[in-house]
Design a protein around this ligand. Sequence first.
Ligand code: GLV
Length: 388
Amino acid sequence: MPVITCIEDLKRLHRRRAPRMFYDYAESGSWTEKTFRENTSDFEDIYLRQRVAVDMSGRSTKTQMIGEDVAMPVALAPVGLTGMQHADGEIKAARAAEKFGVPFTLSTMSINSIEEVAEATTKPFWFQLYTMTDEDFVSRLIQRAKDAKCSALVITLDLQILGQRHKDLKNGLSAPPKLTPSTIANLMTKWRWGIGMLGAKRRNFGNIVGHVKGVTDTADLGAWTAQSFDPSLDWDKIAKIKEQWGGKVILKGILDADDARMALKVGADAIIVSNHGGRQLDGAQSSIRALPSILEAVGDQVEVHLDSGIRSGQDVLKAVAMGASGTYIGRAFVYGLGAMGEAGVTKALEVIHKELDVSMALCGKRTLSEVDRDILMIPENFEGRWQS
Ligand code: GLV
């Protein structure tokens, strides 16, 4: 087993072991990828204040997200096609998250279905919902998540239409992969992945195939999205979905203070400051740069979480110090999964946990409740002063 010391190590292994089209799917931003890049580079612009001679015994990274106990404020983000990165990927990631004590969020566009993940786990997970024009299908999906005892509905708001990721078009992304001379040549070098896939429970979109009338080919994500996602989603519809769900709701994809106020109005239990990992509006601000204005607008009235750009425990610490009460990792756990299956997801969580714990201690703090903006050195004008 290779020595893994950081998320970058897992990423290198993921790249080597998973078919190119799926690694590229995870590792893409939309268009020029400016927002994708800045999600991580903006974290690097923030410094941590080192403190010394502070008793650092008895530390803990435990906290809560939407009232649920978590071993650290890091949930697994919903990621489409996770079960193509590694056989039964959603089941494996959900199990790793459960054992570690952090929330797992299942994507609507997952390979393993809600029912399969529920059967393989013992604690409730969260379900991420995309809204489709087929309202019956959406209602049934919500009911399936209820039946599976999911403890939160994460409604994604920033993907009614799909941002263009060049590599997906060039690679002919599909699930399962369409066999062309170039995919066959690539798959022949991924024997470990192929053997795993032969024994997988599922190789297509488990929440969709067999559940949507009139749709036979969901393999092409771009075409399916254009055909099925609801371009008319608005705040009234979100309020109706919330009512239909009747449980905790997390609204994902908020990058603007006005939208954060709207989310508050519809009664969200938490919002996720997110630009979808830089995969949607290229040219939008990074999540960490957008966070302060959103906290200022609604931070005392609703839980504010953050995703997009978290690759280390130091990033988690910076987001929490700025005021986020939870964060999400998408790519960071997918690298682990693509590298080594469930053990790789566990490794990703261990890496991030250790980085968070040690960095918190070196900033002179023993618990996350002691952590605040004081441990950060943020460049002047980090949030930007923009012409109105
Ligand atoms: C779906 O969520 C995607 O970003 O591809």
